[in-house]
Design a protein around this ligand. Structure first.
Ligand SMILES: NC(=O)c1ccc[n+]([C@@H]2O[C@H](COP(=O)([O-])OP(=O)(O)OC[C@H]3O[C@@H](n4cnc5c(N)ncnc54)[C@H](OP(=O)(O)O)[C@@H]3O)[C@@H](O)[C@H]2O)c1
Length: 268
């Protein structure tokens, strides 16, 4: 190339926006299934991660696996249904990392497959206490620090059961519908503080929780209702969560992303 040739234009690098270098992400429900997988994916994108769940030994074991792979990771015992436990976890995270999270993935959840007429008040309280109340106060705690830190991203993991009715999922579906709606209100209120709030609604993802559905004998019937004709894996959610957590999703807030192999658009 002689000196008068035009300099080749640098190609844009869209992957750059997905980087989470320099960010701290807190993932609840990180002791198993989707949350554990997402914590590793966030670490892979460059984030430091705080892995939280009630089974402290499991989250610390996973954090140590991530540290051995070169990530900054901490396992913290946390019960999202208990405000004192939330506060203690936040203190432990701040003490370890010297700052508060820029990203919260609210993934802790419990499922209950039961006829509506058989739900007890205890069933109601335990499902709502984790899936809606727990997510609410985790998000409130996270957002309070994000506002002070100048921004952040909250990704709430709801469910397709929160956007479309599913039999025997009255309480679970109501808790997830509440989380979808809550996410939109938070998005509205927090936009001026540069805090984005979005929600991912997975379909059937093969985890421990999903075994309840498989054990109840619904496997064949469920797969027939999924246009892609397969259950999802935790890895199928990574793209949506990295998009929403990172700067790649900077103009997204109040969005509801369904990741379900087409289940909610199947034909009548
Ligand atoms: N699998 C699916 O088909 C599917 C579909 C749609 C939505 N989802 C949602 O995805 C999320 C993850 O589910 P999963 O499938 O990965 O199930 P999972 O393997 O059973 O994981 C649930 C996680 O939530 C944690 N958790 C439960 N209660 C908690 C509490 N009080 N405080 C803190 N953590 C708590 C559990 O950890 P500890 O027991 O250690 O606390 C565990 O890590 C849930 O919100 C679920 O509703 C799953």
């Amino acid at each position: 190339m002689n000196s008068s040739s035009p300099k080749p234009a640098a190609l844009p690098d869209p992957a750059r926006d997905f980087s989470l270098q320099g960010k701290l992400a807190l993932v609840t429900g990180a002791s198993s299934g989707i949350g554990r997988h997402l914590a590793a994916a966030l670490a892979g994108a460059g984030a430091s991660v705080a892995l939280c769940a009630r089974r402290g030994a499991l989250v610390e074991e996973e954090a140590s696996r991530l540290r051995a792979a070169g990530a900054a990771a901490l396992g913290v015992a946390l019960d999202v249904a208990d405000l004192t436990s939330i506060e203690q976890a936040y203190s432990a995270i701040h003490e370890h990392f010297g700052r508060y999270p820029d990203v919260l993935v609210n993934c802790a959840g419990v499922a209950l497959l039961k006829p509506f007429l058989e739900h007890t008040p205890d069933d109601f309280d335990s499902v709502m206490g984790v899936n809606l109340r727990g997510a609410f106060f985790m998000a409130q705690r996270a957002a309070a620090e994000m506002v002070k830190q100048g921004g952040g991203s909250i990704v709430n993991i709801a469910s397709t059961a929160g956007v479309r009715p599913g039999g025997y999922l009255s309480c679970y579906g109501a808790s997830k519908a509440g989380l979808v709606h809550l996410s939109k209100i938070m998005a509205y209120e927090l936009a001026r503080n540069q805090v984005r709030v979005n929600v991912v609604c997975p379909g059937n993802i093969q985890t421990d929780m999903h075994k309840d559905f498989e054990d109840a004998g619904f496997t064949e019937a469920l797969i027939k209702r999924i246009p892609q004709r397969r259950f999802g894996q935790s890895d199928d959610l990574v793209g949506a969560v990295l998009l929403l957590a990172s700067d790649a999703g900077r103009y997204m807030t109040g969005s509801v992303m369904v990741v379900d192999g087409g289940q909610t658009v199947n034909s009548l």
